[in-house]
Write a protein that binds this ligand. Sequence first.
Ligand code: GMT
Length: 369
Amino acid sequence: MIIGIVCYPTFGGSGVLATELGVELSKKGYEIHFITYNQPVRLELFSNKVHFHEVAVPNYPLFNYPPYELALSSRLVEVVEKYNIELLHVHYAIPHAYSALMAKQMLKAKKINIPVVTTLHGTDITLVGSNPSYKIAVEHSINNSDSVTAVSESLKKDTLSLFNINKSIKVIPNFVNLEKYLIKSSSKEIFSKKTKIITHVSNFRKVKRVIDVIKIFDGIQKIIPSKLMMIGDGPEKVNAEKLARKLGIKNKIVFFGNSNETNKILSFSDLFLLPSEIESFGLSALEAMAARVPVVSSNTGGIPEVNIDNFSGLLSDIGDIKKMIEDSLHILSNDNIHNKFKTNARNRAKDFDIHNIVPIYESIYNSLT
Ligand code: GMT
């Protein structure tokens, strides 16, 4: 089957998931065409089954906002016709689902029927999508896609409560490539054996509460020799660095920026922090668990569907920094407890094995073509 995948090409979870999905499908013999404004960051074009088509957005002084959705829908029509694409799978509703539906309509006029599968990822619903400026178009895009999936039960529930939905939504959880997270750690050459490595990965937006990450780490490092690995970039990074300086712990924190080597950093991590305000799934936590890293997180959105309290990690109310420090110390202070959480984290990640989840998407594709 020839499939077009539309996603954000950045380090965000939806782009990562879409890229991993496309690559896995290509290994299974599908011909995959990524259509987006940049080559997706996790995509290596080393296969004749994977193609990338850039969406160029020309600017003009009249435009306050260059119309990406228009450029995308035009490019979709072009690519579908030229490469005989049989199905479009779009990740993140805004504006991808909308553009795909426009393309579908234009192709219909050319007597080409192209099914559209929309996968909802999170903020396209909970934060941005439900904004009155977008709501009507997002609702229309969901209701008119040929198939709609959401990455967690929590996101499905949010979608149904925020929009007037007349379409069934299938929950397909995110997945992880377990083999990728079994690398041997070489950290002990860098850090002393006694130093615990705490890690956080995100796009440093307000909803990720990176300030909480710094405060939790501050509490941990007062009791246990530790270092904090901050992976990612975004608007809150400056404030996080400022607070670290103010608390006098900047020298114990490494700000990596965006990285394609999170699996390597996770391989020498002892604990993962995810204190988010909103999180439809928490792919970064799943990737940590796949690397045998227990997760101390908030209990919000889809996180409890991934991180099981007192098994793969510990969960707290949003903003309960005191408890998150206590939870971290509980896991890190005793080797037996720590090892148990580590084993459980890896075992829990196995429930999201790429080899079991991708066939669920395939069955949707097969039902539509
Ligand atoms: O977390 C973000 O802000 C990025 C966003 C995205 O679309 O890339 O992530 C969302 O999708 C991920 C993949 O499905 C989920 O793991 C994240 O939980 C979700 N983020 C939020 O709901 C805030």
